[in-house]
Design a protein around this ligand. Structure first.
Ligand SMILES: [Zn+2]
Length: 57
């Protein structure tokens, strides 16, 4: 997925290495923006829709 602030790629491998869960705030490794992602499980096609957003304090 892509950071909405710096538009750089954030890999799933990195998220797994950092043990970042959905809906948990984390800092973008590129620009330190505070972000959060949501995974919308389960269409019948098996696709996952992922949303990433900036967390407003
Ligand atoms: Zn960023």
């Amino acid at each position: 997925m892509t950071c909405p602030t710096c538009e750089k790629h954030i890999g799933w491998d990195w998220l797994e290495d950092e043990c970042i869960e959905p809906n948990e705030a984390f800092d973008c490794p590129h620009c330190d923006e505070t972000l959060r992602y949501e995974v919308d499980e389960g269409t019948y096609l098996g696709a996952q829709h992922v949303t990433i957003e900036v967390v407003d304090d």
